[in-house]
Design a protein around this ligand. Structure first.
Ligand code: NOJ
Length: 687
């Protein structure tokens, strides 16, 4: 630091220690430039919130913004100014372990979550002592990895890149995100750390973004195994020309750029541009005004893991669970049953509840599902725990005890799924079934004859058709953070009615992947009566649970949607109204969803695309009218020439409580429109 060789740190935190290092930089280095302290603050710093995929299942942008805000308050109190979040990668392949870090499969929901998280981390003033510079990552199409294998190539059409993978980045940029991280993968033959067309061309030129582009871990040096650079010097030259400002870890810049400038391979201007962007970020963070602003030991003590933060984490966790099945109203359970059997290794796992990116989170602070249940029930209720089986492996020796516990109980809570280290980076799985002998355990426990509630803990959708057919109540709980246990108990015992909706399609079998609701039509739509249509011989073509699906303890009824007009010009707006009624006997939240289909166009269009959603609370019997406004932007698509257009013709509006449970209305666009300039057709890699 004294020699001026360090500009930023990753993984160094603590108010006192960062203050100490900052003092060396500011007082003893030649240029006195303050350091940046960065960390992966993904879903909480010390108070851990639900994993991002779970938070997306809340469809509650205000709550997600609050979650990121609290993470920023705690992280900045520990001396940090920069987080490598939000991850805004669209993921349509649940084999990919990093699906847990994003908002799921849909670009519209993904963009809404990206905006919320950037706002939460950065607040309205980046120079405030409690705001963190956010990083939209991983640019771009990292989630399109072939085979769902982490770090693998993405090979996709320009239309898919622009319409599916880039919108959440655009939303983050429009929300003012301070930095963007390049992704490990290549896009259509060009590794992202060398992809000047997308970094310089799209992000900087087309979108006018002036923030810091940081490499991913060793990403610059990895241009060598990618096969586009022969040595570290070539890699550094490619990356600086692509617009990568900060070299995370690889040291290629430090080792090679001075010589590259002397040789004329890299201009001083390219270096100055990168340096200017980093300095600008340090100015925006207020570090030149007060380099110690973020390193405040008092704030660190009083603003970390507070009761308010824990309460917010519990509220977020409640909203993030998705009730998948509830036959005969098995849930909610009474708090005064005489015996509840809790079965499964994950029920007592306080590490897994934190998810795979827990920053400064500690298992010792977290409440597991078993303890959450124990705390919630009446003193007279006996909670009997049996491990049953580990998450992985073939050991069935715990089955007998689990069956005994089930037989002696009034109800069984069976916790199944994956440990948190089975999701996240480098945690792809070729099968998305329940690992180990957990399905066999479920079969034995169900056969004991008592009512069974299955909780699915996972960072990805799991294909569990047997459970869906045989277990009367199923709750997707994901990894919910420090307050997981109490939040799960809130749902199990009915203190809160489930309200989450799936941000991702749940397949029946791994072989259906990729399966997503906004798929293209085909010339041979599936039909049971015609073999020669698009489907499988061995499993139905439909998902186990569709995107947007989720039950509550009450029920909702939708009236047919009403449109403000039946024809519109592309410059007009169209208002869609729908009456939603709570038809059950208790209050609940519903996420009202609006989808659009362009019926006939010059290129094929998805069967439906999300274009609006609203979370609404309804008392029993209450009806609310929800309004959505559609504009040209909601109807537009990239045509054969990469021109974003609205074409005249008929459109279908679909409104309902999931992508597969909607009612339709129709309107006609009378004239077309072009939105913005056409992109060159080789837009797969160039703007
Ligand atoms: C590699 C991951 O891909 C990235 O998301 C993360 O921010 C960096 N490591 C730093 O930990």
């Amino acid at each position: 630091i004294r020699a001026g060789a360090v500009g930023s740190f990753l993984g160094v935190a603590g108010a006192a220690y960062t203050r100490h290092l900052q003092r060396i930089a500011v007082e003893q280095s030649r240029l006195h430039i303050p350091l940046l302290f960065a960390h992966d603050v993904i879903h909480g710093y010390r108070t851990i919130f639900p994993v991002p995929l779970a938070e997306a299942a809340s469809w509650d942008t205000a709550a997600v913004e609050r979650s990121a805000r609290i993470a920023a308050v705690e992280a900045t109190a520990a001396g940090l100014q920069w987080t490598f979040a939000p991850m805004v990668d669209i993921a349509r392949d649940p084999r990919w372990g990093r699906i847990v870090e994003g908002a799921g499969e849909d670009p519209y929901l993904g963009a809404a979550m990206a905006r919320a998280r950037v706002r939460g981390f950065q607040g309205t003033d980046l120079s405030a002592a409690n705001t963190l510079m956010a990083t939209a990552k991983h640019f771009a199409a990292y989630g399109a990895a072939v085979g769902g294998r982490d770090y693998a190539a993405a090979d996709l059409s320009p239309q898919t890149l622009y319409a599916v993978y880039l919108p959440p980045f655009r939303a983050a940029v429009e929300a003012g995100v301070g930095s963007v991280m390049a992704s490990f993968n290549e896009v259509n033959g060009v590794p992202m750390h060398a992809n000047g067309a997308l970094i310089g061309g799209v992000l900087r030129e087309a979108w006018g973004w002036d923030g810091v582009l940081v490499s991913d871990w060793n990403g610059i040096a990895e241009l060598i195994p990618h096969g586009v650079a022969a040595n570290p010097a070539d890699a550094a030259v490619l990356a600086i020309h692509a617009g990568v400002d900060v070299d995370m870890v690889s040291t290629s810049y430090r080792a090679a750029l001075p010589a590259a400038v002397r040789d004329g391979r890299v201009s001083m201007r390219a270096i100055d541009d990168a340096v200017r962007r980093v300095l600008r970020a340090k100015y925006r963070l207020g570090l030149f005004e007060d380099p110690y602003r973020y390193s405040d030991t008092v704030r660190e003590r009083v603003q970390t893991l507070t009761p308010e933060h824990r309460a917010a984490a519990r509220a977020m966790a409640r909203e993030s669970m998705v009730l998948l099945r509830n036959e005969h109203g098995l849930l909610p359970l009474s708090k005064s049953l005489s015996t509840i059997a809790v079965i499964g290794a994950l029920a007592a796992d306080t590490a897994s509840v934190l998810g795979p990116w827990a920053a400064a989170g500690r298992a010792a602070d977290a409440v597991c599902v078993l303890d959450g249940i124990r705390r919630a029930v009446s003193p007279a209720t006996r909670v009997r725990y049996a491990r049953g089986a580990e998450v992985e492996g073939s050991d069935t020796s715990g089955f007998a005890e689990a069956v005994r516990a089930a037989r002696e109980a009034d109800v069984v809570v069976l916790v199944l799924g994956e440990r948190s280290d089975m999701s996240g980076e480098a945690s792809s799985r070729a099968s998305i079934q329940l690992p180990g002998v957990q399905r066999e355990l479920a079969q034995r426990v169900v056969a004991a004859g008592k009512p069974v509630v299955a909780l699915l803990m996972s960072g990805r959708p799991l294909a569990t058709p047997w459970l869906a057919a045989h277990v009367p109540a199923i709750l997707e709980t994901w990894f919910l953070g420090t307050e997981m246990g109490p939040a799960v108990a809130d749902i199990l015992f009915g203190d809160y009615a489930p309200s989450g909706k799936l941000p991702v399609t749940v397949p029946r079998a791994t072989g259906q992947v990729p399966i997503y609701y906004a798929h293209k039509p085909t010339g041979r739509p599936p039909s049971d009566s015609n073999r020669y249509t698009t489907k499988y011989l061995d499993v139905p073509w439909t998902p186990l649970y569709p995107f947007g699906y989720g039950l509550s303890y009450t029920t909702f009824a939708y009236a047919p949607p009403r449109l403000s007009r039946s024809t519109m010009r592309a410059t007009d707006t169209l208002v869609v109204q729908v009456d939603v009624r709570n038809t059950g006997s208790r209050a609940g939240d519903e996420v009202v969803q609006l989808y659009v289909r362009d019926d006939v166009a010059s290129v094929t269009r998805p069967v439906e695309e999300l274009r609006g959603f609203r979370r609404v609370t309804l008392a029993p019997g209450e009806t609310k009218t929800i309004s959505f406004t559609l504009r040209a932007d909601d109807l537009a698509f990239y045509d054969r020439n990469m021109q974003r257009v609205v074409e005249p013709g008929t459109f279908t509006v679909l409104v309902g409580g999931s992508s597969a449970d909607v009612q339709a209305a129709h309107f006609t666009v009378t004239d077309g429109a072009r939105l913005g300039p056409a992109l060159p057709v080789r837009a797969g890699s160039a703007p």
